[in-house]
Design a protein around this ligand. Structure first.
Ligand code: SAH
Length: 235
């Protein structure tokens, strides 16, 4: 799959992902067209493959970003019941997905990217500052980049009582951390790669739903290769 959606421009990459059925919803297409991957991927931005961004991290492949957004979409788009969605992007890395999620979540939303490496927190912010739109989202506090251990989730200072409608985890967790689950709203949805529990190297993405009564259901989606959700280097 890695090469099939590659393009020579952002628009071509997005069109190819639509044609290959990776982007299905018109809102998702629109959001991906608004964010130029060249601001986030240092090399081959329109290739459908992961690219190194330093600090042993990668910007995920476009088809993975598209798949994650398609799954989280119902909990990211603003509705009458959820006029101001709160979205958490753990392991924000390049900041690309954080930006795409903010385009979808609407003008009253808060999207927070969490990195455990300060230099990568800064990279996300630097990349967003490359466009006027990114600058605006940062200035208005609709996108915030923070340093923290994403395995514990994230609580915004002054917003201690507020949970998250959607949580995206961009690195593979050793387990489905309870702290993260506790921070998911009812209803809410989390997209998280988790190591298989057979002690091997396999990982699968799980879609975790919490319904309005707090009941949690877990759906195993597909196998992946993500960098691990770990202690920061040197600890
Ligand atoms: N969504 C990013 C993916 C970056 S790769 C993108 O597409 O650009 C995964 C990221 O998770 C890395 O940047 C890594 O630094 C970060 N990470 C790993 N463990 C973490 C932890 N415990 N808390 C927060 N971020 C973590």
């Amino acid at each position: 799959m890695a090469w099939r959606s590659s393009g020579t421009s952002n628009a071509e990459l997005v069109e190819n992902m639509v044609r290959n059925g990776l982007i299905k919803e018109p809102e998702v297409k629109e959001a991906f067209l608004k964010v130029d991957r060249a601001h986030y991927a240092p090399s081959f931005p329109y290739d459908d493959s992961p690219q190194p961004i330093g600090h042993a991290a990668t910007i995920s492949a476009p088809h993975m970003h598209a798949t994650a957004v398609e799954h989280l979409l119902p909990f990211v788009l603003p509705t009458d019941d959820r006029p101001a969605p709160r979205v958490l992007d753990i392991g924000s890395g390049s900041g690309y997905l954080t930006h795409v999620l903010a385009e979808l979540a609407g003008s009253r939303a808060v999207v927070v990217g969490v990195e455990h490496i300060a230099a990568l927190r800064d990279l996300g912010e630097k990349n967003m500052n490359k466009s006027d739109r990114g600058k605006e989202l940062l200035r208005e506090g609709r996108v915030r980049f923070r340093v923290g251990d994403g395995r514990k989730g994230w609580v915004e200072p002054g917003e201690e009582d507020k949970k998250w409608d959607a949580i995206h985890v961009g690195a593979a967790a050793a387990e489905l951390h309870q702290g993260l689950l506790d921070q998911l709203k009812s209803p809410g949805r989390m997209f998280i790669p988790v190591d298989d529990d057979d002690g091997g190297w396999g990982q699968h993405v799980w879609c975790i739903d919490k319904d309005e009564h707090g009941k949690v259901t877990r759906k195993k989606l597909f196998g992946v290769r993500y960098v691990p959700l770990t202690d920061p280097p040197g600890h």
